[in-house]
Design a protein around this ligand. Structure first.
Ligand code: ADP
Ligand code: MG
Length: 261
């Protein structure tokens, strides 16, 4: 078995978090077959920060949905944090998601009539392990972690786009995930807010959370440590980021009127 991506991982000694081999996904629409993924192999180690790039239709979301245990591949194998994902029941997949994964989406997906803290609490209510936890305290801590300690009772409409995405990131964090999957999380944000959100992702990655982030913006990918480029359902390129940038520094430069070089 080959692991072609291992050489570009920053910590080759850190344990594998994601191992997929020969993953394919075929959508059948009548007599038509769409190959969304074709024999994809990927190895992701703990602590990585990966940007997945590629044009529209290249298979990025399909890959994220499979990695997120939201969808199952047509063929291939998947191991997540040592757990064999293939063939798990819906309930087992849901438990695995709850235990290990956090999700962030482009459109924030917050409940509009619900306060920030209640939005952040939601994943804990779906927790089927039924371990007693102080859900309010956990939600409060997650909001503090993303710098929104003073906005807990605000509704999404009372928050800026960047703040709404921070609430969504807090909601992803509240279950203490090992891995965060973010599909175009800055797709709806202006350039300053994009820097703000990317600085938060970098901070979380510094704290040990592994991050996989889909983006079509090359500037955004420069804040990751590794770039995986997809085309026509295949990984075409997989390389470390040479000039790894710090979004917090670029944000400071932006605010002081300097042009980020
Ligand atoms: P990306 O996120 O890179 O834009 P997707 O993973 O969404 O790409 O889609 C990859 C390919 O699979 C595209 O050709 C898309 O039209 C097709 N596809 C995605 N989801 C479905 C679906 N539910 N049914 C049929 N085809 C789909
Ligand atoms: Mg997509």
């Amino acid at each position: 078995m080959t692991a072609p991506t291992a050489t570009v991982s920053p910590g080759n000694d850190s344990p594998p978090l994601i191992e997929i081999h020969g993953i394919s996904k075929v959508y059948r629409m009548g007599t038509n077959e769409v190959y969304a993924l074709r024999q994809v192999d990927l190895l992701v180690r703990r602590g990585e920060f990966i940007a997945i790039m590629g044009t529209s239709g290249s298979g990025k979301s399909t890959m994220m949905n499979i990695l997120g245990c939201l969808d199952t591949p047509t063929s291939g194998s998947y191991r997540l944090d040592g757990v064999k994902v293939d063939g798990l029941s819906r309930n087992a997949l849901a438990d695995l998601r709850n235990a290990k994964l956090g999700f962030v989406f482009q459109g924030f997906n917050l409940l509009s009539r619900t306060s920030a803290i209640d939005n952040v609490e939601l994943p804990l209510l779906y927790d089927r392990t039924h371990t007693p936890r102080d859900t309010k305290a956990l939600a409060r801590a997650a909001l503090e972690r993303v710098g929104l300690g003073g906005r807990m009772d605000h509704h999404p409409s009372e928050l800026s786009g960047g703040q709404q995405q921070r609430v969504a990131i807090a909601r992803a964090l509240v279950t203490s995930p090992t891995l965060i999957l973010a599909d175009e999380p800055t797709g709806n944000l202006d350039s300053r807010t994009t820097l703000d959100v990317m600085s938060l992702f970098q901070e979380l990655n510094d704290q040990g959370i592994t991050i996989l982030l889909v983006t079509h913006e090359p500037e955004v990918s420069q804040y990751a440590k590794r770039i995986v480029e997809m085309r026509d359902g295949r990984i075409r390129r997989d390389h470390p980021v040479e000039n790894h940038r710090r979004a917090a520094e670029d944000l400071r430069a932006h605010d002081s009127g300097e042009v980020a070089a």
